[in-house]
Design a protein around this ligand. Structure first.
Ligand code: GLC
Ligand code: CA
Length: 560
């Protein structure tokens, strides 16, 4: 089947179902709640939804520990509600993308329960190793969430590998039977009508033979032996050839530490590319080293480098002649998801919440690629700051520095925890922020009385209405999809300025990442007076070639 790459014209929205909207009053977000909000999404300009896992799960990692891949959890509404949502989306011309989590399963999955009892054919579905004679673990790898990467199993009398939580044993993808299971899962959902997959830590699925000790990396020990492992391309090609290719679907791969150059091995457009887009992490590291838990101060230079390097290495969508010359792929654009704190609290300013929320929208919505918006981002939700570390739910958070004094831990969690993105969506200023009529499963951020979707819908100057405008504008301008990318003010730690250009159109985007006034002078080849100001987060903007920026000011200009 011809791969039509429909996703290039789309804006996606990510739903983390547990906290999106509770439709039946049990305090847990669900698909009935999603049904109520489909028109809200449509009006925002959304073309497709990526759902974080909806499958049955014991919840050790909020659904990323799956116990049945071919069902929908009863608390989310089961298959019936899922079919209704799928239909509701398709009726409105929107797509549905599932999360595919096959690096690991839940330890409560039937496969694992049989594997630990050596029941065929499941014996080798996971990565089992005996204890070493000296009593040491099979190797020195770290898990990302809970201590070392090995857990002893009393029943089987062996260790199993878990790159994430103890309750998330890694599948043995080298076993062809496991790959057949993955293909069955893909086929099952595609046959039901879903439009694609977001593939969870998919670059981790092939581990180096022999699982050698890692004596090089001080953090993430072992990662160089399983990230982009020896058979990764072979396996992804197999999934493509045997299943994906038969459907006009899209794939987006979560890829920790991936560089734009390496990404092309997966996404370079051809009839046989394995993956359509990658979720890179550089854009999440402008205020940290590798993970949110190793903070440093925000640097716009770092953020610019992250954006620009991907924009430049993937010059897809240029005119046909350039298209043939350049190495190319398509970008996924995002500033928030369920794994990171809220972006206004990180790269913007809570004091200038509305201004910086809009500026951040501009900073990435006019780049080349497919934007993703995370629930609550569209009306400017900010970080959650509970009074005690015991209020955190997330397994990754709870395992960060358990030995530190409470105060120091709390400060780090306030800044870095992904639970800030997981508090219930604030729909109204009513009880429980309108998320549920029951008792919410998790804490509601106390700022819901002022920050909520209802307020934003009615306020013409809200972040939400700005997103609507920006999305509509993006879709009306071919230059956003097709134009080249040029950065200006490359040395600036305050202004992010870029241009997009086709033969017909020229766009100039100016974003200030500070509350201080900065002198902006149009680049020599632009005359703002001759351009049309399409979008800005301030009133009374005059069209002059040089001006002092206001706090977190953003402007988008067009030449035609
Ligand atoms: C991915 C998910 C994250 C999850 C982890 C383990 O990074 O986005 O939420 O905890 O994989 O599945
Ligand atoms: Ca519910």
């Amino acid at each position: 089947m011809r791969h039509t790459r429909w996703f290039k014209d789309m804006v996606f929205y990510q739903i983390w179902p547990r906290s999106f909207r509770d439709g039946n009053g049990d305090g847990i977000g669900d698909l009935w709640g999603v049904l109520e909000k489909l028109d809200y999404l449509k009006e925002l300009g959304i073309d497709g939804v990526w759902f974080s896992p909806l499958y049955p799960s014991p919840g050790a990692d909020c659904g990323y520990d799956i116990s049945d891949y071919m069902d929908i959890a009863p608390e989310y509404g089961g298959m019936e509600a899922f079919r209704a949502v799928l239909e509701g989306l398709h009726q409105r011309g929107m797509k549905l993308v599932m999360d595919l989590v096959v690096n690991h399963t839940s330890d409560e999955h039937e496969w694992f329960q049989k594997s630990r009892r050596r029941i065929e054919p499941y014996t080798d579905y996971y990565i089992w190793r005996p204890a070493k004679p000296n009593g040491k673990l099979p190797n020195n790898w770290d898990s990302h969430f809970e201590g070392k990467a090995w857990q002893w199993d009393d029943l089987r009398q062996e260790y199993y590998l878990h790159l994430f939580a103890v309750k998330q044993p890694d599948l043995n993808m080298d076993n062809p039977l496991v790959r057949t299971e993955v293909k069955k899962i893909l086929k099952f959902w595609l046959d039901l009508g879903v439009d694609g997959f977001r593939e969870d830590v998919i670059t981790f699925i092939s581990k180096k033979e022999g699982l050698p000790d890692d004596h090089l990396f001080p953090i993430f020990k072992g990662i160089r032996f399983y990230n982009h492992g020896p058979h990764i391309h072979e396996y992804l090609q197999e999934f493509r050839r045997d299943v994906l290719e038969n459907y006009d679907c899209m794939t987006i791969a979560e890829a920790p530490l991936v560089t734009p150059q390496r990404a092309l091995d997966y996404i370079e457009e051809s009839d046989t590319n394995e993956i359509d887009m990658m979720i890179q992490f550089q854009c999440m590291c402008a205020d940290c080293f590798f993970t949110d838990y190793m903070p440093r101060s925000f640097s716009l230079k770092r953020l610019r480098r992250a954006f620009s390097s991907w924009q430049k290495s993937h010059p897809s969508g240029l005119g046909d002649w350039q298209y043939k010359l350049a190495g190319r792929g398509w970008n996924a654009l995002y500033l928030e998801n369920h794994d990171h704190p809220r972006v206004i609290s990180r790269y913007g300013s809570e004091q200038y919440r509305v201004e910086s929320g809009k500026m951040l929208a501009v900073s990435y919505l006019f780049l080349k690629g497919t934007p993703f918006i995370y629930q609550g981002q569209e009306f400017g939700m900010t970080n959650w700051r509970p009074e005690s570390t015991s209020m955190y739910e997330d397994v990754q958070t709870r395992n960060q520095h358990p030995d530190w004094p409470e105060e120091k831990r709390l400060a780090l969690y306030h800044r870095a925890s992904r639970d800030s993105a997981r508090t219930p969506v604030q729909w109204t200023d009513g009880e429980h922020a309108g998320f549920t009529t029951g008792t919410p499963w998790f804490y509601v951020n106390e700022n819901y009385t002022s920050i909520n979707a209802e307020q934003a819908l009615h306020d013409p100057d809200s972040i939400l209405n700005f997103y609507k405008k920006a999305i509509a504008l993006r879709k009306s301008l071919p230059v956003v999809r097709d134009g080249s990318y040029q950065e200006y003010y490359r040395g600036s730690d305050k202004l992010y300025v870029y241009a997009r250009e086709t033969k017909e159109q020229k766009l100039l985007v100016i974003c200030s990442f500070t509350d201080k006034p900065v002198r902006f002078q149009a680049p020599y080849n632009f005359s703002l007076g001759d351009m049309k100001l399409l979008l800005t987060n301030y009133d009374g903007t005059r069209e002059e070639n040089s001006f002092l920026t206001r706090p977190y000011e953003a402007r988008v200009y067009l030449y035609e």
